[in-house]
Design a protein around this ligand. Structure first.
Ligand code: ADP
Length: 475
């Protein structure tokens, strides 16, 4: 299979850019050959998106945007098994998790369709201000223009749709630059939107390297907004080169989860196995630090190890598989080095710690020091640290001792304590009796500190992809 960029509805088979192979992370087999766009093609795509914004999107009424999105949601529903298989094959995500991702993706498009009809503004009481009587003022929400959407490999469909669908709902056009590892689902998604009746040029897919996107799309004068999900390293580069334009950034974290002595231990164990090891820990809000109150530490650790060792490891396409490969061998080697480094510094590997090709076995690490890389840096891998604590204050202090602040989980039956702790955690979101990894697509999702800028979650993404415009009348 050969895949290409799609500009103005046309597949770009001619390109001076190189080609790149897309491989199945589990088998190493070739999934597709990708024709990369070069700088000139990116420029062409951006010019075309500007034209589509001025000539098409500005004129398109909200009800039409809503209908197109609804048709896209229906088409994705019809093709959900095809998409799930592609995500399993190109991203190495176990098929049952891939299916769950597609289901959420459909929902994200539906939310966007609904909200495209609710871009309301307000009428201001102008006479509240001196000289304001005999004046009328209104505030509208207006689209920004061309949105540059740069996305990662880990939820190739849903995290892309968290940008594309709200952008269309709000009346923008989009340059979609998916991750190099997962372009096949992106290519299928772009075609699906065309099939749903989205006019040419409203969604332009540009398959390029990060480098090309970084040098052309990010600083481009005609692109007023970049929305990015990915690593802190790349986020920093984008922030530096984006200049004055608006940016939304969903970056990483080393997500904490606190288990108090009164928690339902079995429930916490079950949730935290999935939170740490779901999709091999390659999730922005994966549980990486688990703080357990000392009264229940031994019980928790024993049950946690036992449950982790039950995970079925294997081919992502196998219905029974809970746990598959990492995205590539480099990622697997990197985390193996981190684990070795922790071991040399005195940590105990309770289970896992081994690697076979791209598979890194689910790894629980204890006796860690808070300066160790496995604690402080984003692992984005199937490893988790478990640490005891004595008091509530100590748990809060340790949790907040991080450059990141995306989501946390707190397990306790004491409702006062739950709220008290939630208020004190420096996080974009806190879950009580749920693990850090849980996300719904309709609440504000994003981080404080170095975990990001701005929020997604359809309504909030629409706010970030529109400008407020004031119109006043002197009567
Ligand atoms: P991940 O490890 O989750 O893939 P990255 O931050 O490496 O995260 O990549 C996320 C996205 O950012 C990918 O689409 C990648 O191609 C893109 N990217 C990488 N480098 C740059 C850059 N310098 N400028 C813009 N985009 C980039």
């Amino acid at each position: 299979m050969k895949i290409t960029s799609i500009i103005n509805g046309v597949e770009q088979t001619e390109s001076n850019g190189e080609t790149m192979a897309v491989r199945n992370p589990f088998t190493g087999e070739l999934v597709a050959e990708m024709q990369l766009a070069d700088e000139a093609q990116m420029e062409e795509a951006i010019e075309n998106s500007v034209k589509a914004f001025n000539n098409t999107m500005k004129m398109m009424p909200a009800h039409e945007r809503a209908d197109i999105l609804l048709r896209a949601a229906q088409l994705l529903e019809d093709k959900k098994e095809d998409f799930a298989r592609v995500v399993a094959i190109e991203a190495g995500k176990p098929i049952k998790h891939s299916r769950a991702e597609i289901q959420r993706s459909i929902q994200v498009i539906r939310f966007s369709s609904e909200l495209s009809k609710h871009m309301t503004g307000e009428v201001l009481p102008m006479d509240a201000a001196l000289r304001g009587d005999q004046r009328m003022g209104m505030v509208k929400r207006v689209p920004m223009g061309v949105i540059g959407a740069i996305t990662p490999f880990n939820f190739p469909l849903n995290l892309s749709l968290h940008k594309i669908a709200p952008a269309i709902a709000a009346g923008n056009t989009v340059i979609f630059k998916p991750a190099e590892k997962t372009p096949v689902s992106a290519y299928m998604l772009t075609k699906l939107f065309h099939e749903a009746g989205l006019p040419d040029g409203v969604l332009n897919l540009v398959l390029s390297t990060g480098k090309v996107a970084g040098s052309t799309l990010v600083p481009h004068k005609k692109v007023p907004k970049i929305t990015f999900t990915g690593s802190l390293t790349v986020g920093k580069i984008i922030r530096d080169t984006a200049g004055f334009k608006k940016v939304t950034m969903e970056l990483g974290s080393n997500s904490p989860n606190i288990v108090f002595e009164d928690a339902e231990i079995d429930d916490a164990v079950e949730r935290l196995v999935n939170a740490a090891f779901g999709y091999s820990g390659q999730v922005c809000v994966s549980a990486q630090r688990i703080y357990v109150q000392e009264e229940v530490y031994d019980e928790f650790l024993m049950k946690y190890k036992e449950a982790t060792e039950q995970l079925k490891i294997g081919d992502p396409l196998d219905e029974e598989t809970d746990f598959g490969p990492m995205i590539d061998e480099d990622a697997a080697e990197r985390i193996q080095e981190w684990v070795e480094e922790a071991r040399e510094q005195g940590a105990t590997i309770e289970t896992g710690g081994e690697r076979k090709g791209t598979i890194v076995y689910p790894t629980i690490i204890t006796n860690v020091k808070k300066e160790m890389k496995v604690v402080t840096e984003e692992a984005f891998a199937p490893i988790v640290t478990v640490m005891p604590f004595r008091t509530e204050d100590e748990a809060i202090e340790n949790t907040n001792d991080s450059i990141y602040g995306l989501q946390a989980g707190v397990f306790t039956k004491d409702i006062s304590r739950a709220y008290r702790v939630a208020d004190k955690l420096e996080m974009g979101g806190v879950w009580i009796n749920e693990a850090s990894v849980y996300r719904q697509d309709n609440y504000p999702y994003g981080g404080v500190k170095l975990s990001g800028l701005g929020r997604e979650g359809v309504k909030y993404a629409i706010e970030e992809m529109t400008e407020l415009k004031f119109i006043g009348v002197r009567l």
